[in-house]
Design a protein around this ligand. Structure first.
Ligand SMILES: Cc1cc2nc3c(=O)[nH]c(=O)nc-3n(C[C@H](O)[C@H](O)[C@H](O)COP(=O)(O)O)c2cc1C
Length: 155
């Protein structure tokens, strides 16, 4: 079976659009992700799959914490800004408002909701690293969330 055919079907899996926030010492970064899932209820845990080569992988491994900022439908521009350039080359959160809550990871203002997580496990899986986080704090403004559609971002 062709790689293209498999990719076409994988694109039918439903995801939201998230900004993964991380702070390690003076380095602060935000990265757009779609591959986020809940993996445990007690304790509440989630996974996020991040390419081994991304700056965010390096920072989460060092910081041992990260945030998942759940975007609203009017935040496509932020998703593009954090999804097509690396924090190695520019400060993507420079013009964004954010606070710190439980773990020290940046929590972006104006998002629909957030999960603030401490890193529990990490595994290399293919070309990605699967980061498993325990949710320490979470909040929502009860507004709609942005649903991922690959054609909104990629040809
Ligand atoms: C909508 C969208 C979803 C994305 N989802 C993921 C993802 O789940 N995992 C991943 O590793 N990269 C994902 N990316 C790509 C990264 O956001 C992108 O390569 C980013 O520039 C990496 O930034 P960094 O080097 O600052 O970590 C996505 C990009 C977009 C636009």
């Amino acid at each position: 079976m062709s790689h293209f055919q498999i990719k076409k079907v994988l694109d039918l899996l439903t995801h939201g659009v998230y900004i993964i926030g991380v702070k390690y010492r003076s380095k602060i970064n935000g990265m757009t992700a779609a591959w986020v899932n809940q993996v445990s209820s007690q304790p509440p845990m989630i996974s996020v799959a991040i390419s081994k080569t991304h700056y965010t992988s390096e920072l989460i491994s060092q910081a041992k914490s990260f945030s998942v900022n759940i975007l609203s439908p009017n935040q496509m521009e932020l998703a593009r800004k954090c999804g097509f350039s690396s924090g190695r080359d520019q400060d993507k959160l420079l013009d964004e408002k954010f606070t710190y809550q439980a773990t020290g990871a940046p929590i972006l203002s104006n998002c629909s909701a957030y999960l603030d997580c401490t890193l529990s496990h990490q595994f290399e899986v293919g070309d990605h690293v699967l980061f498993i986080g325990t949710v320490i704090k979470a909040n929502s403004n009860n507004e709609p969330v942005l649903i991922y559609k690959s054609s909104d971002f990629f040809n």
